[in-house]
Design a protein around this ligand. Structure first.
Ligand code: PMP
Length: 364
């Protein structure tokens, strides 16, 4: 079932071939039910088994304790930008935001509608190529939480470890959309983790939230019922009709990740792929340039430019002819971006690296 393409898209993104094939085989008649999973009640026994397995496999993958609720939500990570302040603080409260790229900048701006967020640090003046040492970050002692984006999908900046909120009652909140399940994470260090599924674990349409249970039930009174995490926690993500098919695909991906040995094995594979690609960039004598400071380079999204920027279009076009697609950088920053999520095989990265060397040789 080799489709012959390496898809470097940032999201929706490539999914494991085995998952797509399994979904295909079960699509028409799901396990003898005479229906596809898309056609069934979300309260029936088949879907009930799917969502329970999705949750229990995710709990195994990330070793999530019962102190946390695991939620399958809609509205994308963007909706969480509002839900976070609505659930975790009052309008007059402050919260710290570390802005390391476009996505955390968006979350910071959205929070301004619902609380008084403090910009604890911004990497904007360095064009989002770095993360300040944590002890130099200006945390507000009154902050209700500290918000980070663990991996900036556009700028390719990734936290390799995590800051601690300054005051003991504050909590760490992370948008993990683009590196969710790419490596082990100590969930107990966080109060809330959220992630759109469409990069590492599924299709678009479902957003996963992992929230410490003691944080539930304190939402601002104006919070729409759908944005209150307690609503979804109390009803096991079945308050209203959930995105059933998307959750089903996530369940298949989680099972596949466990079959591959879990997140330790996945992380090793991801480190190897990213290492190969950064080595090719750094070893090109300046032909390819990655602006991100080495210690915070993303293992998921690798942005780079060509020193001769007039060659970028040709690079992307020729790569596409060789069946390496979706390499164009985000429209806001240009250049090239190779997203190499869990499901990108090592062979895909090796092919890209050899194409890069060949392209350079042809453009002396
Ligand atoms: N945060 C990050 C880190 C992202 O990469 C994205 C999407 N690319 C978002 C938030 C927004 O996600 P959504 O489109 O699911 O709202």
């Amino acid at each position: 079932g080799d489709r012959g393409v390496y898809n470097f898209a940032a999201g929706p993104a490539t999914l494991p071939e085995s998952v797509i094939l399994k979904a295909q085989s079960e699509l028409y008649n799901y396990r003898g039910s005479g229906m596809s999973i898309m056609e069934m009640s979300h309260r029936g026994k088949e879907f009930d088994a799917v969502i329970k397995k999705a949750e229990s496999d995710l709990r195994r993958l990330l070793s999530i304790s019962d102190d946390f609720s695991v939620l399958f939500l809609q509205g994308g990570a963007t909706t969480q930008f509002a839900a976070v302040p609505l659930n975790l603080c009052n309008p007059e409260d402050t919260a710290d935001y570390i802005v390391t790229g476009s996505w955390s900048d968006k979350s910071f701006k959205e929070a301004q509608k619902f609380c008084k967020p403090n910009l604890a640090w911004s990497g904007k003046s360095d064009k989002y190529t770095n993360i300040l040492p944590f002890d130099e970050i200006q945390q507000n002692p009154d902050a209700k939480y500290l918000h980070i984006c663990s991996n900036e999908t556009i700028h390719g900046v990734e936290f390799k470890n995590y800051p601690k909120p300054k005051n003991n009652s504050s909590i760490l909140v992370a948008d993990m959309s683009s590196n969710f399940c790419s490596k082990p994470v100590d969930v107990s260090k966080f109060g809330l983790i959220y992630a759109g599924a469409q990069k590492n674990v599924g299709p678009s349409g479902v957003t996963i939230a992992i929230i410490r249970r003691d944080l539930l039930g304190h939402a601002q009174p104006i919070t729409p019922v759908m944005l209150d995490y307690k609503t979804h926690s109390d009803s096991a993500s079945l308050y209203n009709t959930p995105p059933c098919f998307a959750i089903y695909i996530c369940a298949l991906v989680f099972e596949d990740l466990l079959d591959q040995g879990g997140l330790v094995a996945i992380a090793q594979n991801n480190a190897k792929k990213a290492g190969l690609l950064y080595e090719a960039i750094d070893g090109s004598g300046g032909f390819y340039v990655c602006p991100v400071e080495k210690s915070v380079r993303s293992f998921m999204n690798v942005p780079f430019t060509l020193q001769r920027s007039e060659l970028e279009k040709k690079f992307i076009e020729e790569a596409a002819k060789e069946r390496m697609v979706q390499l164009k950088g985000h429209r806001s920053v240009g250049g090239v971006r190779a997203s190499i999520y869990n499901a990108m095989p090592l062979a895909g990265v090796e092919k890209l690296v050899s194409f890069m060397k060949d392209f350079q040789a042809r453009h002396p």
